[in-house]
Design a protein around this ligand. Structure first.
Ligand SMILES: NC(=O)c1ccc[n+]([C@@H]2O[C@H](COP(=O)([O-])OP(=O)(O)OC[C@H]3O[C@@H](n4cnc5c(N)ncnc54)[C@H](OP(=O)(O)O)[C@@H]3O)[C@@H](O)[C@H]2O)c1
Length: 208
């Protein structure tokens, strides 16, 4: 598996990178500045510095790869910061179509599920840009004709727990939180699991 990881220096991206290398995948980590390159020595790791929202740059990275995982997300819930969701989706789908890559996995948000609890409804109202931008990202993937999977977690945390529950089309029962490590494990498990293609998955902590 020749895998590209976007947002490889982010908190989830680092776990995706580490788990992919542990599984002996050939990994290309994309970061937007050289000082954010992973501090790892591994013969299966390459690093590319550039803008993941630039389809020309991205095509140069994707051209001989099998799959891309995006752990990109705005650091703030503003319109500008969250636009990375749909701007990168447009870039990924354009670059993938140009290079023949078909498999795309992204991190999104459980706030896109229609059946929200009261806290979910309140949160949707507090961070409308997150909801709109993630929705635009998924709409781009849905119409791309590519083999996409969207991981929709609830609250992310940094506990060292790798197990998870994942459900197609909904958040698992009482699954309001999940660790970034477990989210990374879901993404790597899903990358070559054909059953996960063409769908959004709710990803949550393993225990109720
Ligand atoms: N926090 C939560 O509770 C929560 C809940 C549900 C879903 N999510 C989503 O889950 C995913 C992972 O979250 P996380 O907390 O692990 O992420 P994170 O640590 O904030 O990392 C975000 C990554 O996106 C990159 N990025 C952001 N804006 C960019 C831009 N304009 N151009 C290029 N790169 C950009 C960052 O790069 P730089 O370091 O260069 O900025 C970083 O690599 C994200 O999609 C997030 O939105 C989070």
């Amino acid at each position: 598996m020749r895998l590209v990881v976007l947002g490889a220096n982010g908190r989830t991206g680092k776990f995706v990178l580490g788990h992919a290398l542990a599984k002996n995948m050939d990994v290309t980590a994309v970061v937007r500045s050289a000082d954010k390159a992973p501090d790892l020595q591994n013969e299966n790791l390459q690093v590319k510095v550039g803008d993941p929202c630039d389809p020309v740059f991205l095509a140069s990275v994707l051209h001989d790869k099998d799959a891309v995982i995006s752990a990109l997300g705005g650091r703030l819930p503003t319109k500008a910061a969250t636009s990375v969701y749909f701007r990168s989706a447009a870039s990924i789908t354009e670059a993938a179509s140009a290079t023949g890559l078909r498999r795309i996995l992204v991190t999104s948000t459980a706030l896109l599920f229609p059946d929200q609890t009261l806290p979910g409804k309140i949160l949707r109202a507090i961070v409308p840009n997150v909801v709109r931008s993630a929705g635009r990202m998924e709409d781009i993937l849905k119409t791309s004709g590519l083999d996409w999977t969207s991981a929709r977690p609830g609250f992310l945390n940094d506990t060292h727990v790798a197990t998870y529950r994942a459900e197609r089309g909904s958040l698992p029962e009482k699954g309001t939180a999940v660790s970034r490590l477990a989210l990374a494990h879901f993404l790597i498990d899903a990358v070559d699991d054909a059953r996960t293609k063409g769908a959004a998955y709710g990803v949550s902590q393993a225990s109720l």
